[in-house]
Design a protein. Structure first.
Length: 460
């Protein structure tokens, strides 16, 4: 079933927005006074020009986070707060385009009306999505009360306008009945499970019970499932809601083995590799003047080489030399053991701070992609010194080494730059989600969001 909470759903909305914009904007522009014949729908030149107009609209919406997977579930007032700046950004780019292209000089300021009407139709489309999701909000009953329950409650409360409504909690401890758990009522003991479900109609039951032997009402749960009530294991629901896999003492290797996902076919691998090579070559060709300028600035700013090589752990634990533009002073770690780079690190040069903020220091890694050390998208490679420590401390950390690392990844676009053990643990949860759910369209979304982050993000 289609879901706006999935990456595929995000891509579907982007494509739908493009089609809506193409039709609305195309009809309005082609009917402007003085519009040339080549700007009609039945002309190739007209279609290409209309696409050139639509791209700034999609870009501005993405810039204001209106294509994140939760953007379709925010309140209309919040949505409007993203649409208004998107409208002005689009107008700036489109008007600039009209003044630069002589054949579009007939348009001038008249273009504002088609842009306005396009945004109006797109806003109505988003409001329709919001209305459908709000009307079909999922009513959840949680079976169990523990730390996992807390995570799910906090996630649902943060998205009260985004599709979740927790009815209550059923506990295995009678002393907890009647209390509140992070604002959610503990309705009953597990012995009153059937009666509680009858009195509180729900769409979904999330099971977070740790000790299930002799406690879990299997027969009743099966009957409810046959009655079209969805039954989810707690970690599964957490994964769907948070887009990461919870790592705790209850995550068993058997779950990873038997759970759907964590499977990359040779065809998937070949497509991913081809995608990495094509995009890397294209970006290097387009950005070569910028990269040359960065290299010159690095040489002028501080003595030392332009590039910095560092050992990293790659596919199957193989060590390779990762290339970066040098952003620190030469020999910054000469007399000390490796440490995580910090945001306010005194070893970073003046130019280094700029290129790190814009992530330009990462661009030489496209050479690593060509050499086969890395892919475009995948878990970020870490240094051997840190990998050894993290594998000893964090369960399943070694699974990252079973795929080719990437220049960017799911963890990089979902989690801010971190330099602690807890940060590494958090990023691993996103990496495992990527390993489980890899697809070509997920890679495209990651690339798109990475480009947005490079151009307009907060950087490191």
């Amino acid at each position: 079933m289609f879901s706006f909470r999935t990456i595929r759903g995000t891509l579907t909305v982007i494509i739908t927005d493009a089609l809506i914009g193409y039709l609305v904007f195309g009809v309005m522009v082609s009917n402007l006074p003085g519009a040339p014949a080549w700007l009609a729908f039945n002309r190739i030149t007209g279609n290409l020009m209309l696409l050139a107009f639509i791209l700034p609209i999609l870009f501005s919406l993405a810039l204001n986070k209106l294509y994140s997977y939760v953007a379709f579930m925010i309140r209309p007032t919040e949505m409007l707060g993203g649409f208004i700046p998107s409208f002005f950004i689009s107008c700036f780019f489109i008007i600039t385009l009209c003044f630069l292209i002589k054949s579009l000089s007939f348009i001038d300021w008249k273009i504002l009306l088609p842009v306005c009407e396009t945004f109006l139709v797109l806003f109505i489309f988003r409001y329709f999505i919001f209305y459908k999701l709000k009307k079909n909000r999922v009513r959840i009953l949680i079976l169990g009360r523990n730390d996992q329950t807390q995570e799910i409650v906090e996630e649902a409360k943060a998205r009260i306008y985004r599709g979740y409504d927790i009815v209550g909690i059923i506990t295995a401890q009678k002393s907890e009945v009647g209390n509140d758990f992070y604002g959610v009522p503990v309705l009953s003991h597990i012995d009153q499970f059937c009666e509680t479900v009858r009195n509180h109609p729900v769409d979904c039951i999330v099971v977070t019970l740790r000790e299930r032997r002799g406690q879990l009402p299997f027969r009743q749960l099966i009957k409810l499932k046959l009655a079209h009530i969805r039954i989810h294991e707690g970690s599964e629901f957490y994964e769907r809601a948070k887009r990461k896999i919870m790592i705790d003492e209850y995550l068993k290797p058997s779950w990873i083995i038997f759970e759907e996902g964590f499977f990359l076919t040779p065809i998937h691998g070949a497509v991913k590799r081809a995608q990495s090579l094509i995009v890397s070559f294209t970006l290097l060709a387009l950005l070569s003047p910028v990269l040359l300028l960065v290299a010159i600035l690095i040489k002028l700013d501080s003595p030392g080489s332009v590039f910095y090589q560092q050992e990293r752990v790659g596919l199957h634990g193989r060590i390779f030399h990762l290339l970066k533009f040098r952003s620190m002073y030469q020999n910054a770690e000469k007399d000390e053991k490796p440490v995580f780079a910090r945001k306010d690190d005194s070893r970073i040069t003046r130019v280094g701070r700029i290129i790190r903020r814009l992530r330009l220091d990462e661009f030489p890694q496209f050479i690593n992609v060509f050499k086969g050390d890395m892919n475009l998208v995948g878990p970020r490679p870490e240094r051997p010194y840190f990998v050894k420590q993290l594998e000893e401390t964090i369960s399943y950390y070694d699974l990252r080494n079973d795929v080719r690392p990437g220049i960017t990844g799911w963890a990089q676009i979902n989690y801010p730059y971190g330099d602690s053990l807890e940060d590494s643990r958090e990023k691993l949860q996103y990496d495992l989600y990527y390993l489980k759910h890899y697809s070509w369209h997920m890679d495209l979304v990651i690339l798109f969001l990475t480009i947005k982050e490079v151009l307009f993000g907060s950087g490191r």
